[in-house]
Design a protein around this ligand. Sequence first.
Ligand code: MN
Length: 139
Amino acid sequence: MSRVLIVEDNVDNYELVRFLLGRAGYETRWAHNGGEGILMANAEKPDLILMDLSMPETDGWTATKSLKSDPETKHIPIVALTAHILPGDRKRALQAGCDGYLSKPMNIALFVETVANLIAKADTKSKHRPKIKPQGDRA
Ligand code: MN
């Protein structure tokens, strides 16, 4: 089962994302801010990180830059999930190292598809490829 680390300071946003990912078959963990996100990503090596951008203390841009400059965590795909819709915000998130960007309120189908695609892509690039899964596993 793929594991997703949700870095989010807002409990309602977290609950929604956790519900959607759980329903789609993902295991989730919660980091309440950027600093906790960095620590948990290092300790647990999730398959993907969902990153809120506006957070107190260590924000999502800072946390992403840190994770993407660390050889231990730079391979983990990061999707920015944010209410920021100002021009330049998307670019700023991608410049910080985010692999994807989704705005809130979110399109649920697009959200789940983006997560699945990025995990599959990272999986293909990984040196430690999982053994061939039984067919029909993901039907
Ligand atoms: Mn926030």
